[in-house]
Design a binder for this molecule. Structure first.
Ligand code: GUN
Length: 292
C-alpha cells in the first residue's frame, strides 16, 4: 500500500511555483496576485482562506484578503467583485463558499470575470473543462489529478466511482476522470444520495473518490482488494483532547480500508494541501494569460 502524500507533493509544487516567481522577479515583472473574498466568520472558512493567503506568501505571490461582514448584501458583494474584476493588479480571485443565505451563490459565481476565476467555478470555465478546452480546473479536482499523475496511478480503462455530486468536487471529478488522456480514460459512475446499493457499486470500483462529508462512511467491506482510494472528506469532529477542541476526519475508515487499498490518501495531509497548491498554480496561469 502506498500513501498518496499530498503534503509532500503540495510542497514540491509550491517549491516549483516559487522558482517560477523568482524568474518573474528577476525579469523585473509583476508577481502573481491572488485575492480572496470571505463573507461572514465561519471558523472553517476563515481557516481555509488563511491557509490560502499564507501559501501565497510562501511562494512569493502578492495576496489580498477581503473580509466582509455576515450581514453583507448581495449588491455589496457584487460591487466588490466588480472592483476586483476591474483591478489590473489582481490576476485572480476567489469568493470563499459557502455564502450567507441572503446572497445568491449562482449570481455571485456568474459575476466573476472568467479570466480571473481561479476556482474554475464560472459556467464558462466549467463548460470549457467539460469540452477539454484549456481553462481553470477547480482546485480540489485539479489536485487529485496531479496526485494521480505524480504517483503514476493508472486510470485508463479503470472503473472510477465518485461519491457525491457537489459542484466543487464530485461533479467536476466525474467529468475529468472520463476525459481523454491521463489521468482520465476511466469508466465513471457518479453516485449520490439517491443511489441504491452503493456497496454493490463501490465494491466493483478500481478507484474510489469520496467527496461526501460523512466521517468514516467508506468501510473496508465496501472496497475491493487493491483499490485506489481518494478521500476528499474534511469534517470537523469534536475532540476535547485536541488543542483546538476538534479533529479533522475523512470519509474513509482509514485504519481498515488502508489494509486493502493499493494507494490511499490520508486525512489530513492528502487532498487538502493539494487544493491550495493548485489554486496557486491556477493563479500563476491567470497571470500568464493576462500577460499575453
Ligand atoms: N469552499 C470549499 N471549498 C472551496 C473552494 O475550493 N473554493 C471556494 N471558493 N470555496 C470553497
Amino acid at each position: 500500500m502506498t500513501i498518496l502524500d499530498g503534503k509532500k507533493v503540495s510542497n514540491d509544487i509550491k517549491n516549483e511555483i516559487a522558482v517560477e516567481v523568482q524568474k518573474i522577479k528577476d525579469k523585473g515583472e509583476k508577481v502573481p496576485h491572488l485575492a480572496a473574498i470571505i463573507v461572514g466568520n465561519d471558523g472553517a472558512s476563515l481557516t481555509y482562506v488563511g491557509s490560502k493567503v499564507k501559501a501565497c506568501e510562501r511562494v512569493g505571490f502578492e495576496s489580498t484578503l477581503v473580509q466582509m461582514s455576515n450581514t453583507t448584501s448581495e449588491v455589496e458583494l457584487l460591487d466588490k467583485i466588480k472592483e476586483l474584476n476591474e483591478n489590473p493588479e489582481i490576476d485572480g480571485f476567489i469568493v470563499q463558499l459557502p455564502l450567507p443565505p441572503q446572497i445568491n451563490e449562482q449570481k455571485v459565481l456568474l459575476a466573476v470575470d472568467p479570466d480571473k476565476d481561479v476556482d474554475g467555478f464560472h459556467p464558462t470555465n466549467f463548460g470549457k473543462m467539460a469540452l477539454d478546452m484549456s481553462t481553470f480546473i477547480p482546485a480540489t479536482p485539479f489536485g487529485i489529478l496531479e496526485l494521480l499523475d505524480r504517483y503514476g496511478v493508472e486510470t485508463k480503462g479503470k472503473h472510477t466511482v465518485v461519491i457525491g455530486r457537489s459542484h466543487i468536487v464530485g461533479r467536476p471529478m466525474s467529468i475529468l476522470m472520463g476525459r481523454k488522456g491521463f489521468p482520465g480514460n476511466s469508466t465513471v459512475t457518479l453516485t449520490h444520495s439517491h443511489t441504491k446499493n452503493i456497496t454493490q457499486i463501490t465494491s466493483q470500483a478500481d478507484i474510489i473518490i469520496s467527496a461526501l462529508g460523512v466521517p468514516n462512511f467508506l468501510k473496508a467491506e465496501m472496497v475491493k482488494d487493491d483499490a485506489v482510494i481518494i478521500d476528499v472528506g474534511i469534517t470537523r469532529v469534536t475532540d476535547e483532547t485536541r488543542p483546538r477542541g476538534y479533529r479533522i476526519v475523512g470519509d474513509v475508515d482509514f485504519a481498515n480500508v488502508s489494509k486493502k487499498a493499493s494507494y490511499i490518501t490520508p486525512v489530513p495531509g492528502g487532498v487538502g494541501p493539494m487544493t491550495i497548491a493548485m489554486l496557486l498554480k491556477n493563479t500563476l496561469l491567470a497571470r500568464e494569460r493576462h500577460n499575453i
